[in-house]
Ligand binder design. Structure first.
Ligand code: SF4
Length: 246
């Protein structure tokens, strides 16, 4: 990861840590703490759940192939979200929060951390500026993905999946349908693996979310290819029909 300075220049984490210009040192040290993680080369790719349920697989592809450049304001938003997660789960037992789940597929492995499972309810917490009217599709899929990745005996006990949005002044929960979406996860993961192997980004999935995408520049510069998800359907149709079949 590299850091984008308020003046627009891009610096290494080490440089940013030494520089005392923009933020008090303890705050900056805390924001940069643990951000230098290296990813190890693997025999087959390993994806986090959020990559395969992303609104746009092309964006997930760029997350994994382009150097990550973040500004300190974004890191503050992540860190604040993390602090809120810690607060709202502090009365839960260690075994009830940040539960690691993994599912191995032929071409990739899928991993994730369930925010919490308490009294047989899966919780997915989302910090946000504005509470939405309904949960976003990728958040619904994320909750369902965690359900799908649990061992069968634990799956059978799950009574609800809740997506909980938390803003600075409000909390709202949404119950989402319990659904095993393993086939959908495999299909998405296969498309992402193929794209990485061939070094060809998946097709654009244009939506209003492009306005907030950190890869918009490179996405605009690169063309479209038909090999990955060019089945003529929109992404929404594709997701819904795949999941309905499961
Ligand atoms: S700009 Fe839009 S289409 Fe391009 S990668 Fe980002 S979300 Fe996907």
């Amino acid at each position: 990861m590299k850091i984008k300075c308020p003046d627009g220049s891009v610096k290494t984490i080490d440089w940013c840590r030494q520089c005392g210009k923009c933020l008090p040192k303890p705050i900056k040290d805390s924001l940069l703490h643990g951000r230098e993680r290296e990813t190890k080369p693997r025999e087959k790719p390993r994806f986090g759940v959020t990559k395969v349920v992303a609104n746009c697989l092309r964006s997930a592809y760029y997350d994994m192939t382009e150097e990550e450049i973040q500004d300190l304001e974004k890191l503050w938003v992540f860190s604040r979200g993390h602090a809120i997660h810690e607060f709202i789960t502090r009365t839960l037992g260690e075994e009830e929060k940040e539960i690691f789940v993994e599912k191995k597929f032929k071409h990739f492995d899928l991993i994730g951390f369930v925010d919490a499972i308490h009294k047989d309810i899966i919780y997915e917490f989302k910090t946000t500026t504005n509470i939405p009217e309904k949960p976003s599709e990728s958040h619904v899929l994320q909750g369902q993905a965690y359900y799908s990745m649990l061992p069968k005996e634990q799956q059978e006990k799950i009574s609800k999946i809740l997506v909980v949005y938390i803003s600075l002044n409000k909390i709202k929960q949404f119950e989402v349908p319990i659904r095993d979406i393993t086939n959908f996860l495999e299909e998405q993961g296969n498309m992402l693996s193929a794209a990485l192997k061939m070094k060809i980004p998946p097709n654009k999935e244009l939506s209003w979310l492009c306005n907030y995408c950190s890869h918009q520049d490179i996405c605009d510069k690169n063309g479209e290819y038909e090999v990955h998800n060019g089945n003529g359907n929109s992404k929404e149709d594709t997701k819904q029909s795949k999941i309905t079949q499961e």
